[in-house]
Design a protein around this ligand. Structure first.
Ligand code: A3P
Length: 320
């Protein structure tokens, strides 16, 4: 459930009012907290999970910047790590639940009640959570528990175009689309949910190099290109590699089919269902392709994000 701005505690309101603030283009307002821009409505959850979330070694945390393919990876992770519980493909939870219900965001779904902390003790391991928080803002217990962090990123231009469409869906009916040029300018200046986009990616890239046993780094484009390869890589990383029997029985392809854009976006739950936040599930499925930015950004415009990518990733070993 997305908190309303007037539901914040006084302590959080005081903290938020002390932070640099900009008018957002997805959220109403963005606040620069620990070096990254956060929506007012996510701040309380971010602060609460930083204070209270106790990660377990067996936890799996999916981290993404918005519109990097979170919904897809949530589905894949759920199908992968819970596969022994759902052997009948006709009765799989992904057929009736949106992936965001099965793998909740810590700061958006789990820590949203300012009166009561969630009881997560009864969740069966491995517990699956996700977040858009940058590495530097993750709850300390995530960094020290040895839990697995799966990071998914996407080309900045495609992520921007996807986010711009998503933002337009969130706008009140009849208010029209927001200006692409304004939104683009803010995105390139780093002012977007969990932005600067590039710094978010770099934080996790460095972590995945430092602690490859705890953090895996995946690109949306590579996942699209060679999904089976990356699914097997993910399974190994998470300590649940596919057995020779599973390989023979086509379990890898089964998971990819179940979680494909075509399959998920055509399910009733994702065509007409809504999340408890009020968000329509279909807002998470648009095209699911690589390179759609070409239909929206001019040659002149793309010089900006391309030069930021070059400058920021220079020397990091991270290829665009
Ligand atoms: P587009 O807007 O480019 O189509 P997130 O899940 O992080 O909010 O990202 C949403 C983006 O992922 C959207 O991109 C959406 O269409 C795409 N997407 C959703 N489900 C997908 C799937 N199963 N496979 C590939 N892409 C998917």
């Amino acid at each position: 459930r997305y908190l309303q701005e007037n539901e914040l505690s006084q302590e959080d309101k005081d903290l938020i009012s002390s932070l640099p603030t900009e008018k957002g283009w997805v959220a109403n307002y963005l606040h620069k907290y620990q070096g990254f821009w956060q929506a007012t409505t996510h701040m309380q959850g971010a602060l609460a999970c930083q204070k209270h979330f106790q990660a377990l070694e067996s936890d799996i945390l999916l981290v993404t910047t918005p519109k990097s393919g979170t919904t897809w990876l949530k589905a894949i992770l759920f199908a992968l790590v819970k596969r022994e519980h759902y052997l009948d493909p006709q009765r799989h939870p992904l057929l009736t639940e949106n992936p965001h219900v099965l793998v909740p965001f810590l700061e958006i779904d789990v820590y949203t009640d300012i009166q009561v902390l969630p009881d997560l003790s009864s969740l069966a391991p491995p517990r699956l959570f996700s977040t858009h928080l940058p590495y530097s803002s993750l709850p300390d217990s995530v960094k020290h528990s040895g839990c697995k962090v799966v990071y998914l990123c996407r080309d900045p231009k495609d992520a921007f175009v996807s986010l711009w469409h998503f933002a337009n869906k969130l706008r009140p009916v009849g208010s029209g689309a927001s200006s692409l040029a304004d939104a683009f300018d803010k995105f390139c200046r780093g002012v977007s949910v969990s932005g600067p986009f590039w710094d978010h990616i770099l934080g996790f890239w460095k972590e995945s190099l430092k602690r490859p046993e705890s953090a895996i780094f995946i690109k949306f484009e590579e996942m699209k290109e060679e999904p089976a390869l990356h699914l097997r890589r993910l399974a190994k990383f998470l300590g649940c590699p596919f057995s020779p029997e599973e390989e023979t029985h086509g379990v890898v392809d089964g998971i990819l089919r179940l979680c494909s854009f075509e399959n998920l976006s055509n399910l009733d739950v994702n065509k007409s269902g809504i999340l408890s936040s009020g968000m329509e599930n279909n807002a998470f499925f648009r095209k699911g392709e690589v390179g759609d930015w070409m239909n929206y950004l001019t040659t002149e415009m793309v010089k900006k994000p391309d030069s930021i990518t070059q400058e920021k990733f220079h020397g990091s070993g991270l290829k665009r």
